[in-house]
Design a protein around this ligand. Structure first.
Ligand code: FPP
Ligand code: MG
Ligand code: MG
Length: 378
């Protein structure tokens, strides 16, 4: 699909080895037990797909049209008393490093990544991890990445506080980018994560009104929730990377559209995998969504064929046998295939958007990421 060059491996195009070290420095607190909890999910490195996308988008947009008069960015610190000495020395070293960017221009040279864009990639991963620390408490998870989840190892109180701490440190680093538009974008993401989680708690029982004051269908509600809990972070981080590079609004919107659609596809696939793969492959329990009372895309599609699913969905599969019955009806319907098709269509939208950028290895790697999703789905 899409015309990407198939010999590019997106995971090999960029060196992510500094990422975890930089994140650890951003999170250093001087409290060993807080450090232990905060660093827990960074020890078992995940796929780091979000920072990879942010860095590739930084490269891909660096050769795209720029704003003629980008707002000047003030890199000087506002406060002289930083929270952590580790951060302050690191910031100074990082932002004064002109080897990877042009010091006289706000624009990144061809294919290069600005230090601010690298920092945004780190911030994105920290916010994502903060949401996992909170999510595992809410979901009462037992494992993540084939290890006991944070709540099991450290308890709910420490998990929540560590999540808050990660958000706070991400916010400090974000403020230090000294770019109000990017601060606003990423601050909105944090609100979106909470909104998405609230929509999920309420499921479809309290139907939300659309702007035209019509009631959303359950599927529209599910897709908006999916945008809020997953796609918003990727979309707005991609947009932020483009803004930091001084791109035109049109280019930043392309970056946003790519991130939004690949984010929606990721979550659709995640929701589908909950029905089809083993716990070992996934690194976390399977079949978790139904047990949590959640009706995701495969169930909502199955409901179109089997209306008897309606009452089960409304009571959040709370009666004995509900989970098993719902699962069975999903397998009997073509809900899993329809979910795949919807994910593929969002991958295609992501590809259509990114093809509007000038050709580059980074652009092709972003296409590859969508194509890989397509392939694994077909
Ligand atoms: C994983 O989903 C969780 C999310 C994508 C977002 C969770 C957001 C919150 C808990 C809101 C609070 C967050 C912040 C940053 C204030 P999942 O449970 O479907 O996936 P999983 O199977 O990986 O657990
Ligand atoms: Mg969860
Ligand atoms: Mg959850």
């Amino acid at each position: 699909v899409g015309g990407g060059t198939s010999d590019i491996d997106p995971f090999k195009l960029l060196d992510l080895s500094d990422l975890t070290d930089n994140i650890k420095r951003l999170l250093g607190s001087g409290h060993p037990s807080l450090d232990n909890v905060s660093n827990y999910y960074f020890l078992s490195e995940g796929k780091r797909i979000r920072p990879l996308i942010v860095l590739l988008m930084s490269q891909a947009t660096s050769i795209a049209p720029k704003q003629h008069n980008p707002a000047p960015i003030d890199h000087s610190p506002i406060i002289n008393e930083p929270l952590s000495p580790l951060i302050s020395s690191f910031e100074a070293q990082n932002y004064n490093d002109t080897t990877s960017s042009s010091s006289s221009s706000k624009h990144s040279p061809t294919g290069k990544i600005l230090p601010t864009q690298r920092r945004l990639a780190e911030i994105t991963e920290i916010i994502h991890t903060a949401s996992l620390l909170h999510d595992d408490v809410i979901d009462e998870s037992e494992t993540r990445r084939n290890k006991p989840s944070v709540n099991i190892n450290f308890g709910n109180k420490m998990s929540i506080l560590a999540g808050d701490f990660l958000l706070a440190r991400a916010s400090v680093a974000l403020a230090r980018l000294r770019n109000p538009e990017v601060i606003e974008l990423i601050a909105t993401v944090i609100a979106n994560l909470v909104e998405g989680e609230f929509m999920q708690l309420k499921n479809i029982q309290t139907s939300k009104k659309t702007t035209s004051d019509t009631t959303m269908t359950p599927f529209e509600y599910y897709m908006e929730k999916t945008y809020m809990k997953t796609a918003s972070l990727i979309a707005k981080s991609c947009c932020g990377a483009s803004v930091l590079g001084g791109s035109t609004r049109e280019i930043s919107e392309i970056a946003y559209t790519y991130g939004k659609n690949i984010g929606l596809a990721f979550q659709l696939i995640d929701d589908m995998l909950d029905f089809v793969v083993s716990a070992k492959e996934l690194g976390k329990p399977v079949g978790a969504d139904l047990k949590l009372g959640l009706a995701t895309a495969p169930v909502l599609y199955a409901w179109e064929k089997y209306s008897e699913l309606g009452p089960l969905i409304k009571r959040k599969f709370s009666q004995q046998g509900d989970v098993e019955k719902a699962r069975e009806l999903v397998y009997q319907s073509n809900g899993i295939e329809q979910t795949k098709l919807l994910a593929v269509s969002h991958c295609q939208k992501a590809i259509d958007a990114i093809l509007k950028l000038p050709e580059s290895d980074a652009r092709d790697a972003l296409i590859q990421l969508s194509d890989k999703e397509n392939e694994s789905l077909s």
